[in-house]
Structures are given as structure tokens and as C-alpha cells.
Design a protein around this ligand. Structure first.
Ligand code: HEM
Length: 181
């Protein structure tokens, strides 16, 4: 387990700080009994021990996923927005970035929303995962770096790929973000 402070800019010139606890999948896998059951859904770790006998779909289906990534089965059921909302109370942290496996060679399409409603599209050969209130970016063969939502484009891309003459807006994640390629 590791707690990482990620800091960035909230777009108003004020710094924001978020703290996230990261869990290795190895550790999540140990919590696989009725005494303690953890699940991963979309890169986030949930301790659902106290939810086990309240689940409308029954305990059994949850036990089948105990200690594992249940994203696919969670989506297959077509859970309601209420169910998604319920998840929040069981959230304990994120999967450690080294255990996240995005498709390699993906390109990121970022749509930047300018204040005056002009849109500007950029394509970057990076890997991106949107996890909760954070986005994780990795340049090719680089290490993962976590940014809080609302980080400025120039912080995200080191100002390299974007003409410095351009006034950079705040990046609007996750609305304009999608994996392509
Ligand atoms: C901790 C995460 C989960 C929460 C908070 C949750 C919550 C709920 C809720 C509120 C319902 C009632 C229907 C709805 O509102 O969508 C439901 C039904 C159900 N859930 Fe989950 N669920 C979770 C995980 C899972 C997983 C991992 C599976 C699959 C293996 C699963 C399988 C089902 C099934 C089969 C039903 C019954 C659907 C039906 O009878 O139509 N759930 N769940």
C-alpha cells in the first residue's frame, strides 16, 4: 500500500492537493473471504465487506469476484446509477499504477475547451487512465504520473507539444477525453 500526494493547479491559480492510497493487486487478492472482501472496479478498490449481505444480487456473485477485478461483471449486469452511487461509500483507494494495464500503443485524443468556445484537438502517443478524481498519464515508455482533474494543459504536457503563444485553457477531463487508436 502506498499513499501518494498529487498536486496540481485548480485552474484559478490556486494549488489543490489530493491524497490517494494505492494498492497492489497482490494485496487486493488477499482480501477474498467473507470476513474481508475487496473488489476492483475500473481501477478503484472497494472494501465491500459490510455490503456483502445487502447486495440485491446476492452474496454469491460478489464472492465469485472476491479479491479480483470485477469491472466486467459489474458492467455486464447493467447496474443502475444508484448502484454506481453506492460504490462511493466502499471506496478505499486506487489500483497501483504499475498494476494498471492499458492497451499499449494507444493514442490519446484530448479535446481542449477554450474559454471562448473554440475547440482544439491534440493527439498524443501516451497512455491514459481516468481513475476517479485523477487522471494517470504515461508518455511512451515513461512512468505513470497522476494529475488531479482540472490540471492545466501546460502542466500535463510539459508545455512541449502546445505552441507557447497559445493561451492554454484548463483541460476538461473527463468530458473531452477518449482513448483512440
Ligand atoms: C460493490 C459493487 C456492487 C454494488 C454497489 C452493487 C449494487 C447492486 C444494486 C443496487 C443492485 C440492484 C439493481 C440496480 O440498482 O442496479 C444490484 C443487482 C445485482 N448485482 Fe450488483 N452490485 C455490485 C457488484 C456486483 C458484481 C461484481 C456483480 C456480478 C458478479 C453483481 C451482480 C448483480 C446481479 C446479478 C444483480 C441482480 C440484477 C437483477 O436481479 O436484475 N453486482 N447490485
Amino acid at each position: 500500500m502506498a499513499t501518494v500526494e498529487a498536486s496540481g493547479n485548480d485552474g484559478k491559480g490556486q494549488g489543490v492537493e489530493t491524497s490517494v492510497t494505492y494498492y497492489r493487486l497482490e494485496e487486493v487478492a488477499k482480501h477474498n473471504s467473507m470476513k474481508e472482501i475487496w473488489l476492483v472496479i475500473h481501477g478503484r478498490v472497494y472494501d465491500i465487506t459490510r455490503f456483502l449481505n445487502e447486495h440485491p444480487g446476492g452474496e454469491e456473485v460478489l464472492m465469485e469476484q472476491a479479491g479480483a477485478d470485477a469491472s466486467e461483471s459489474f458492467e455486464d449486469v447493467g447496474h443502475s446509477s444508484d448502484a454506481r452511487e453506492m460504490l462511493k461509500q466502499y471506496y478505499i483507494g486506487d489500483v497501483h499504477p504499475n498494476d494498471l494495464k492499458p492497451e499499449s500503443g494507444s493514442k490519446l485524443l484530448v479535446i481542449l475547451d477554450f474559454a471562448h468556445h473554440r475547440r482544439y484537438c491534440l493527439r498524443f502517443p501516451v497512455s491514459l487512465l481516468h481513475v476517479g478524481k485523477q487522471i494517470l498519464l504515461r508518455r511512451q515508455r515513461g512512468s505513470w504520473k497522476a494529475y488531479p482533474l482540472g490540471v492545466r494543459a501546460r502542466d500535463l504536457f510539459g508545455g512541449q507539444a502546445i505552441p507557447s503563444s497559445r493561451i492554454l485553457p484548463d483541460v476538461c477531463f473527463p468530458l473531452g477525453t477518449q482513448m483512440v487508436g
